[in-house]
Design a protein. Sequence first.
Length: 556
Amino acid sequence: MQRVASRCFSFWFPCLLVIGWIMWTYTMGCGGEINVTLPGCEDCQDRCIRKSEKAGRCVACLNNKQCQSDKAPTKLCTSDNRCVCGTHKDCGSGYCNVSEGRCVECLENAHCKSEDKPICLRSIARCGGCKPGDVRGCAPSDLKICVKGTQTCKSTGEWDSCKDWEACKYCPNNPCVVGEKQCKTDSKTKPGKYVLCQKDDKGCPVWGTVKKECSSKEVCDNGECVDPSCPPQECQAGATRCADKSNVQTCGKDKTGCLVWQPKSPCPAGKSCSDTLKRCTDCVPKAETCNQKDDNCDGKVDETFTDLGQACEVGKGICKVSGVKICASDGKGTVCGASPGTSSKEQCNGLDDDCDGTIDNGAVCANGKPCKDGICGTPEPGCADGTRELFTKMSKFPLIAGCKGFFRGESLRKARTNQSCGGNQNQACPAAEDLCAKGWHICAKNGDPTDLRNGTTGDDCAKNGPGLFVAASSHCINSKPTCSYRTAGALPCKTGGLCSEPICCGTGCKPGTCTSAVWANKTLCARPKTFIGCANGNSFHGSPTLSGVLCCKDSP
């Protein structure tokens, strides 16, 4: 520096330039916005921080501009050289948590748009279906649930499994008593085999299916494993009887392994032996109520309420729900255990949306049109004679109609003549489309089956009503060029051969060569192996003869 300074003293102008260049390079290359090459910073000269006199380190940013882009226009560079979001604009469909500088799914409930996940879980900044720690009532899908359980919302915003529910104790059939045996071998076979009576998943007793074995020396006789040398058994194992009012006897095996009545034993304090129940009890007989208890001490539960467990329904319209009868809260009778569904505002759709027992009452249509049969405005038959023979429910099929009538072997795409026709063979239509009402056309007339898909489904096409009703679209999956039914454009028209059969709806249609057109394996044909030309149909030709045509409503 002394040499440089002395030289600068003599030649001050060049000196100032040299010294200025050195200082500018030193101060701005690493840590500022001016490039400098140091070990460690070869690939990030404009994002370099000097670690020492001879080394640098690459960082994400040195200023806000280096973090920003068209998709993240407001990102910020932090003091520790990280890029963080500045506003929601940086987060696409998410939101910016400014305090943490990161994009998250939500910050408040209003950010959660899905009906299935309306709660913002702020601890993990994601939308969930419930608030952690919340508890709600629940029940398995089994209809025989008498006591609902509870579900707790997990930290992930998902409901835990349903716990502590109780099945109804009423069982429609009680073939056995839990623990009872049923012999599966005769009284001479050793070892004897049996099945046990056990509870099913509804808590009802049923015979098990797994066979169990007695000991090697025992046979199964009258539901018990016994030594065959025993005299006829006096009782069944575990059975009880009253010796007197204060004592009870139990059936068990003696020293030889034979079933006999054991010596009497006294009833516990405060209890006496009931001849009806054949055991010690403190039950005080009273009138039977519906409460899943034996009130009258006869060993039966709720036996006077004979409709317990029977099927029932509650609610009307879309609120109707099926269930089974359970005990009423006052124990005096039974009620349906189901709860009605949720009603909604009445719409013109052929349903009872508000659950008042009347369909479409109060439904409001646009432009003041009346609501009838689930349709706003006057339903249109779509057929020239005013009567449909296929897709007869106009509320369900407002855009397609099956119209019966006669027509000859002209192309189904032939323009209508607007003549009255089709009543009999002597009045055959000049064009098949004359069977359609004004404002309606032969379905798929332009070769595009879109209006068929808009008006009905594959199942309804194949099963809705008798007869054979045809649309104009020529179709064949093996045609060349291949016909594609997934595009909106017109399809190529086949001039004849196996690929010229028209699409057919109705139960009278039969499988042809083109069962995968429009609806896979459900699009049938009017006559297999038709040779009469491009999408032609003829109500006087072939076996069986055609019934009519499919008419689709013109676009508004």
